[in-house]
Structures are given as structure tokens and as C-alpha cells.
Design a protein around this ligand. Structure first.
Ligand code: B12
Ligand code: SF4
Length: 462
């Protein structure tokens, strides 16, 4: 379809949409569409009008009144369960003995929200996990039904990692598999409109804070102090998605946190891939300023911290600054695999980090340690030993089932190990599906290891 954007001589009105998620499980673990809200802030600063519809709003009143879905609920630190509707399991995932759901608001509520909005000039839909694409396609289908003549662009992580698949199956008119700096040019040439803030699109440091004000009554705020990571772990897409390491200034971060705190927000979650890298220059001044002020806030690091950065100084600092949820990336306790994965961490450093955290005052149930599970070449024994060894230190082992990601260094190996068509079907990237299962490391082993890790966490609750 061809759209005559030349009619758009004025600033466009852009509708931003966070799509539904389809999966066996999904939790609101401080999950907000940060990329889309970042884009919204850039568009708004550049002169566009924007509106936001969140298909993942857990507290949507119309959905809460509906009897046709399973209701979500609120949990601690602003997190919670999404409402969900069982939907047919896609053929590719049929052998998983679990219910498949579409998570998020009721379709009638979504349609009503779209009816209430002035017709947009443009619709921007985001995406996160590649294997959540059925939720993206279902969202775009409704958007097309309500606004058939409005162009829909799809961006975000699925669009970046699987652009060919997204072009074929999402229903979007354009799949934006470009870095953010190039998206500006594309918007301007399509809309015949000059954004007034070109410099903000060029550098992360200069960009405005994400438009979290578009989210109705947020219960927590996601934060991104920097993008990119100096490591190149073979299973990770960080470098593909954000090749350049960039940081926001300490002042900008302080302003963002204090503004939300003054509006009553207590919980803040960092999405950074490398939060503690150069933290003396960026994070330390912010935490020091916040330390003198009231009310106190709580911080959470769901995406994992680098073990080597957890010196005794930093552990004490994190404790006194209100860090509540600590996650560490250990991957495995086997030195050979640690080396193959880039040699970021050694057991000596891990034990030291755990000791530093305990000495600083953290409890074991606040500290979760991510262990990779099911990597090509990994054995069941390696993972179970890792789980036990981590549990012995008094902290909580957490399994990260390997999710193969196109374009990563490990991708070709994953494709050759797997008996599933990883290259053409992103549903097989689902961490619950475990596409790299094999004779000596099957789906049942994965379930057993997940339960083993959970049993140690439950032990800590007793
Ligand atoms: C924060 C995070 C999480 C959080 C929450 C994620 C969420 N739901 O929001 C937590 C810690 C819970 C998490 C969990 C997992 N994660 Co994660 N996570 C991330 C992380 C670090 C950041 C994502 C993010 O918000 N980025 C920030 C924003 C700014 O970037 P963005 O969304 O890409 O948006 C930019 C552009 O794309 C663009 N854009 C966005 N939308 C749109 C729309 C349009 C129209 C346009 C034009 C542009 C545009 O604008 C933005 C510009 O700045 C990424 C890695 C990364 N560096 O991106 C991994 C990542 C997404 N996670 C990944 C994985 C593997 C997982 C787990 C499966 C790990 C595991 N085995 O348990 C679990 C899955 C959990 C689940 N089922 O929900 C993989 C992806 C896997 C996949 N197949 O898709 C990634 C890429 C990391 C990796 N290993 O490489 N994750
Ligand atoms: S896994 Fe973590 S440390 Fe490794 S490259 Fe990705 S973000 Fe960096």
C-alpha cells in the first residue's frame, strides 16, 4: 500500500502502541516499552504530537471488569501478573505441555481505546522478544481494522533481529530495522517534515528522558543510564542492537529519578546491560545526591550486574542507596565454559562478590544469580553443579534457559545443534521451548534443572 505523506505538511500525530505478548508465561517484572517511550520523547521534542496505547496495561479498568479473561494482580515492588486469555498454541510449539496465552488488555478495551483517539497520521508499534511476534501481528491486525489507511511502522528488538520474518508476517507497512539515528531521516523524508531536534537523535547522551509520563499511574520506573556493553558474549545480541557504548550524564539521571520520586514513585529498575561500568563517574554522583534526600527510593537490577564490579565499596554503596533486588550474571561455574563465554568472571571473583554483598548487609533472598542452561555443548551435570554451588553460598540460583538469537556468534552452532527450523521460525527462540534440546540434554532435563533451582529458592523462604 502507498501512503501520500505529502498531505502531511504539519507535524504528524503519532500513535505509539505497545503490543500484546503471546507466550506460555509472562510477568510484569518491571517491564515497560522503554525503547518506544524513548522514541516518543524524541518525536515529541522534535515537534510531533504523540499518544500511547499500552496493550500490556495490567491495570486497565475495562479489562479488570471483563469476565472473559484471567485477571492479573499486583505484586511487590510495583510488579505483577498480566491479565491473560488462553489462545491456541501455535503448531510449532505444540509439543510443549503448557497452556499458551495472549497477555494484556481485552481486545474490546483495545478497540475502544482506538475509537476514542483522534485518527493518527502514523502508528508506531514496538516489539521485544523475537518469539513474542504472534502478539505483535495480532495487535497490528486490530490497528489495521480500526485505521485501515494509517501507515503502521514496526520497530524494536524483534524488528531488528528478524527483519525478514517481520516483513513477511507482522502486517506492518514498514519494518524499521535501523538504529535510532537513521530512523529520524526516514521519518523526515516520509513525512516531509523536519524534526526540530536532530542532535538528540544522534546521541543517547543528548536524548530526552523516555516519555514515561504517557504511562497512566506507573507503579515503577525503568531506567537506562547507558546503552551498549564492552563485552561480546557469544550468546548475546547487545552489540548488534547497540554497537556504541554511550552514557547519559549523571545530572540527567538524577533529574529523572528525583522527578519521579517527587511524584510518589518508590521503585526504579535498571535495564542497563553494563550498569556498573564506569559507575564511579556516572552512577556514584547520582546515588550520593539521592542519599541526602527523602523520601528514599528502591532500586532493582533485573538485567544482572557484572560480578567483577562488585567490590566491597560498591556493595556497601548499593546497599546504602536502597538497592533491593540484586541479580548477578555468573553463567556457569565451569572454568572452561567461562573462558569460552569471554572470560568475564572467575569463581574467585564470584565468591568475593557474594561475600561483599553479605558484608554490606544484603540478605541471600535479595541476591539472584543467573546461570545459563542448555547452551550448545553444555551438559546437565554442569548446570546442576552450578546450581548447587551457587545455592551453597547462600544466594539464589536462577536459570536462564538459552534463547538462540540470530546474528550472535553462537547462532550457527545453535542452528546446527537444533532439530528445529530456528532460521525461519522465531517461535523456536522461546526460552521455554528449548530448541537446542538434544539426546543428552532434553526438555525434561531443562524442566528438572528449573525445578532444582526453584527448590533452593523455596528453601530460603522457609
Ligand atoms: C531489559 C531486558 C530484559 C528485562 C525486561 C524486558 C522487557 N520485557 O521489557 C528482563 C530482565 C525481565 C529480561 C528478561 C529476559 N530477556 Co531480556 N533484555 C533486556 C534488554 C537488556 C533491554 C531491552 C530494552 O528495553 N532496551 C532498551 C530500549 C531503549 O531499546 P529498544 O527496545 O531496542 O528500542 C530502541 C529501538 O529498537 C527503537 N524502537 C523501539 N520500538 C520502536 C518502534 C518503531 C516503530 C521504531 C521506528 C523504532 C523503535 O527505539 C529505541 C531506541 O532507543 C535486552 C538487551 C538489549 N540491549 O536491548 C535484553 C533481551 C531483549 N532479552 C533477551 C532475553 C534472552 C531474555 C530472557 C529470555 C532471558 C532468559 N533466558 O531468561 C528473558 C525473557 C523474559 C520473558 N519471557 O519475559 C534477549 C532477546 C531474546 C530474543 N530472542 O528476543 C535480549 C536481546 C538480550 C540478549 N541475550 O541478547 N530482559
Ligand atoms: S551478556 Fe551481558 S556482559 Fe555479555 S555482552 Fe551481553 S550484556 Fe554484555
Amino acid at each position: 500500500m502507498w501512503y501520500d505523506f505529502r498531505r502531511m505538511s504539519k507535524a504528524p500525530f503519532v500513535l505509539l502502541v505497545n503490543p500484546w505478548i503471546c507466550d506460555f508465561a509472562a510477568h510484569d517484572l518491571w517491564a515497560k516499552p522503554l525503547g518506544l517511550l524513548h522514541l516518543g520523547a524524541l518525536l515529541r521534542e522534535g515537534g510531533c504530537r504523540v499518544a500511547f496505547v499500552d496493550c500490556m496495561d495490567r491495570r486497565d479498568p475495562a479489562t479488570q471488569q471483563s469476565k472473559h479473561l484471567l485477571q492479573g494482580d499486583n505484586q511487590k515492588f510495583g510488579c505483577g501478573k498480566y491479565p491473560k486469555i488462553p489462545v491456541p498454541t501455535p503448531e510449532a510449539l505444540k509439543d510443549i505441555p503448557r497452556r499458551y496465552y495472549r497477555y494484556g488488555i481485552h481486545p474490546d478495551s483495545f478497540r475502544n481505546k482506538l475509537r476514542e483517539i483522534e485518527k493518527p497520521d502514523w502508528i508506531f508499534v514496538t516489539s521485544v522478544m523475537t518469539y513474542w511476534y504472534p502478539g505483535v501481528s495480532a495487535t497490528i491486525e486490530v490497528l489495521k481494522e480500526c485505521f485501515p489507511e494509517v501507515p503502521v511502522w514496526l520497530g524494536g528488538i524483534y524488528a531488528r533481529l528478524c527483519p525478514g520474518h517481520a516483513r513477511r508476517s507482522s502486517g506492518a507497512d514498514f519494518v524499521a530495522d535501523l538504529p535510532i539515528a537513521q530512523i529520524r531521516g526516514r521519518i523526515e523524508s516520509e513525512a516531509h517534515f523536519s524534526l526540530s531536534n536532530p542532535a538528540s537523535w544522534e546521541s543517547f547522551e543528548r536524548s530526552p528522558r523516555p516519555a514515561m509520563d504517557l504511562v497512566k499511574d506507573p507503579t515503577y520506573i525503568p531506567l537506562l543510564t547507558g546503552v551498549g556493553c564492552s563485552h561480546r558474549c557469544p550468546y548475546c545480541a547487545s552489540h548488534q542492537l547497540q554497537p556504541k557504548r554511550e552514557r547519559r550524564s549523571a545530572d540527567a539521571l538524577y533529574d529523572e529519578i528525583s522527578a519521579w520520586r517527587d511524584r510518589g514513585i518508590c521503585d526504579f529498575a535498571f535495564y542497563d546491560d553494563a550498569l556498573l561500568l564506569d559507575a564511579d563517574a556516572y552512577l556514584e554522583p547520582v546515588l550520593l545526591r539521592l542519599d541526602d534526600e527523602k523520601p528514599k527510593v528502591r532500586f532493582h537490577t533485573p538485567n544482572g550486574l557484572h560480578v567483577n564490579a562488585l567490590t566491597s565499596k560498591w556493595c556497601e554503596f548499593l546497599y546504602h542507596s536502597g538497592f533491593e533486588t540484586i541479580r548477578l550474571g555468573l553463567e556457569t561455574i565451569w572454568p572452561e565454559r567461562q573462558h569460552l563465554l569471554g572470560g568475564k568472571v572467575e569463581m574467585r571473583a564470584f565468591f568475593e562478590a557474594v561475600e561483599n554483598l553479605f558484608t554490606a548487609g544484603f540478605r541471600g533472598d535479595q541476591i539472584g544469580v543467573y546461570l545459563l542452561c542448555g547452551l550448545p555443548g553444555q551438559t546437565v551435570d554442569e548446570v546442576s553443579e552450578s546450581i548447587r554451588r551457587v545455592a551453597e553460598t547462600g544466594v539464589q540460583p536462577r536459570i536462564c534457559e538459552y534463547s538462540p538469537i540470530p546474528g550472535t556468534a553462537m547462532w550457527n552452532e545453535a542452528v546446527s545443534v537444533s532439530s528445529f527450523d530456528l532460521e525461519n521460525e522465531p517461535l523456536y527462540h522461546n526460552n521455554s521451548f528449548f530448541a537446542c534440546r538434544r539426546r543428552d540434554f532434553g526438555y525434561g532435563d531443562m524442566v528438572m534443572l528449573r525445578n532444582l533451582a526453584r527448590s533452593f529458592r523455596l528453601r530460603d523462604l522457609q
